[in-house]
Design a protein around this ligand. Structure first.
Ligand SMILES: C[S@@+](CC[C@H](N)C(=O)[O-])C[C@H]1O[C@@H](n2cnc3c(N)ncnc32)[C@H](O)[C@@H]1O
Length: 268
């Protein structure tokens, strides 16, 4: 697998490192290698200016989204760019929740292969309430959902692509939308680590890197309202770490998660 799926391998290894339920279903030696190499490069780059490791910021975002999902108690979840995330496998253990995961064809096929390796994975694939769908979020139709999740995706979209995605999700009736995105003014100051991560991203993704046009949380909230969302809100990991019992709650990370409600929603 090339391109952005490498980032899915890194995050899948983070979920395994964090011992999150079902993460073991997606563990591979390749993902472990991507994890080890990336962490070593980041550690070397932060020797002079120590900062909280990327894997902890990612664990914060994943746990925050898990918390919001549990709170929303949805019956139908659509997870966009689900990659090799363990969330769908874990949540669909409840037969009352229909969980549809969408990602690019190569990643979805790889995920299916990984699940097919074990009896526990095959049991997930056999669930009538679990769907693994190949689709580009820019083109594939979105089914009805109570909750739409996009984790680790928005930072790769430029302004026009972001606006198109916001409009598409806003049209999903009844949906609450949850995604992560750290605005530029909350990113740690650029240094060796930032440049190392950016260089690694460009290498893995054939030139694509993080979009940095959103300066503040207010910019993101404004775009969400313009797309037709209501009840828009931003949550920083530091605001909720202790109350939500996030892993490594004492570590400061720049993780920001946004929530919004599609304007055509029926109130809960
Ligand atoms: C950083 S990974 C995050 C994966 C997963 N959400 C997680 O947090 O573990 C980014 C994911 O976005 C997917 N992706 C990127 N562009 C996409 C698109 N246009 N349509 C669907 N998936 C996309 C990649 O294939 C990759 O799996």
């Amino acid at each position: 697998m090339g391109d952005l799926s490498i980032t899915a391998q890194y995050t899948s290894a983070v979920w395994a490192w964090g011992k999150l339920p079902c993460a073991e279903l997606f563990a591979t030696p390749d993902a472990q290698r991507v994890f080890d190499v990336t962490n070593a490069a980041l550690a070397a780059a932060t020797l002079l200016r120590p900062r909280t490791p990327l894997r902890i910021a990612l664990l914060h975002r994943h746990a925050m989204i898990d918390h919001l999902l549990a709170d929303a108690a949805p019956r139908r979840v659509l997870e966009l760019a689900a990659g090799l995330s363990r969330r769908g496998a874990a949540v669909s253990a409840d037969p009352a929740v229909h969980y549809l995961e969408m990602d690019l064809a190569a990643v979805s096929a790889h995920k299916r292969t990984l699940l097919a390796r074990t009896a526990a994975g095959r049991a997930v694939l056999a669930r009538p309430n679990y769907e693994l769908v190949a689709g580009d979020v820019a083109e594939a139709p979105f089914p009805p959902a109570d909750l739409v999740i996009a984790e680790g995706l928005l930072m790769y979209l430029d302004a026009p692509a972001r606006a198109r995605l916001f409009a598409k999700v806003a049209a999903v009736t009844s949906a609450r939308f949850v995604f992560d995105l750290t605005p530029r003014d909350e990113e740690p100051p650029p240094g060796l680590a930032g440049r190392a991560l950016e260089a690694a991203m460009k290498r893995f993704t054939g030139g694509r890197s993080f979009e940095k046009d959103l300066r503040t949380r207010a910019d993101v909230l404004r775009e969400l309202r313009a797309a037709g969302f209501t009840e828009v809100a931003a949550l920083g990991s530091g605001d909720v770490a202790r109350a939500w019992a996030l892993p490594y709650a004492d570590q400061a990370t720049p993780t920001v998660v946004f929530t919004a409600r599609a304007s055509r929603s029926t109130p809960a």
